[in-house]
Design a protein around this ligand. Sequence first.
Ligand SMILES: [Zn+2]
Length: 84
Amino acid sequence: MLPKGTASELCCPRFMFWAKSHFNLLKIAGNDIVICAKSKKPVCVYEAFYKIIHEAHIAVAHGGRETTYSEIICSILLASSILR
Ligand SMILES: [Zn+2]
């Protein structure tokens, strides 16, 4: 998701129209967060998956899949309660 007025040669116009009509950018503490235009809930972009999973894995001291998954769910719940 690119800020308004930013040109991209990577996407076709039809995809850009779809993205603009379904998502918005919200600036929180200086960071651009992609949110769903309809529900206003934050969206985890594909490129951020590794970073989020890695941070959760480190936060649970290299715990297993279920521990890491629980940590991710806790941070999502915390983030959504902050955004309300
Ligand atoms: Zn590990």
